[in-house]
Design a protein around this ligand. Structure first.
Ligand code: PGA
Length: 241
């Protein structure tokens, strides 16, 4: 079963989230919504009833204390999260998150039995200069440092294919060959890990390209940004799994 994760980023409202859950159908996949923090508790009962799992979009690298504005892994657990995004490129680029911070966040989540969804991916510049493989290895090994046997999800999200970082109206996803080779490379780095680690793709997955992408045997699911904001397009992606 593939996993399809909606990343709502800083969009929608708590009220709209209720309507959205009611309209999710054709669930052939494991369906997860990464919603803003203030939505989570309010969504948890309805989400459970509709077999939708919840994810945080970020977590603090500290466990508790005087960290104004932050949210801990324990708080996410109580709010009903079974997953949490970590190291999304918007957090790495806009908020300067480092591999060391991401590694600590992963450890805090695992301690609360929340599955981290670790986002990794190269920028356009890194790709142009032939650094893709080095970047993926550095980010992956950095996030998993000191972790030997834990079930996590790795989201390959080439920064140049994420709608946020594309200019103009026509956003484009990575080619199927690029997606396959990155997934094979990431899986080769994970051979030493005993736990089951799923590798999924994110970067402008939409109703038009999701069938081809999700048909690839290397791709175990999708992390969907823009196309997850409307239940019609999110449903269409779920239908393609
Ligand atoms: P996108 O975003 O689908 O809008 O490209 C994906 C993501 O940022 O996770």
């Amino acid at each position: 079963m593939k996993i399809i994760i909606a990343n709502w980023k800083m969009n929608l409202t708590p009220k709209e989230s209720q309507k959205f859950i009611h309209s999710i159908k054709n669930r052939k996949s494991e369906t997860v919504i990464a919603a803003p923090f203030t939505f989570l508790s309010g969504m948890s009962v309805l989400a459970k009833k509709n077999k939708i799992k919840l994810a945080g979009q970020n977590v603090c690298q500290f466990n508790e204390g005087a960290y104004t504005g932050e949210i801990s892994a324990k708080m996410l657990k109580e709010a009903g999260c079974s997953y949490c995004l970590v190291g999304h490129s918007e957090r790495r680029i806009y908020f300067k998150e480092t591999d060391a911070q991401i590694n600590q966040k992963v450890k805090n989540l695992l301690a609360q039995k929340i599955t981290p969804i670790i986002c990794i991916g190269e920028t356009a510049e890194e790709r142009k200069t032939g650094l893709t493989v080095q970047v993926l290895k550095k980010q992956l090994m950095g996030a998993l440092a000191g972790i030997k046997n834990a079930s996590v999800v790795i989201a390959y999200e080439p920064v140049w294919a994420i709608s946020t970082f594309q200019k103009g109206n026509k956003v484009k996803s990575a080619g199927l060959d690029d997606i396959i080779s990155a997934h094979i490379y990431i899986k080769s780095l994970l051979k030493a890990y005993k736990a089951k680690i799923r590798v999924i793709y994110g970067g402008t997955v939409n109703p038009e390209n999701s069938r081809d992408i999700l048909n690839l045997k290397e791709v175990e699911g999708a992390l969907v940004g823009g196309a997850s904001l409307k239940s019609s397009s999110f449903n269409a992606i779920i239908k393609n799994t």
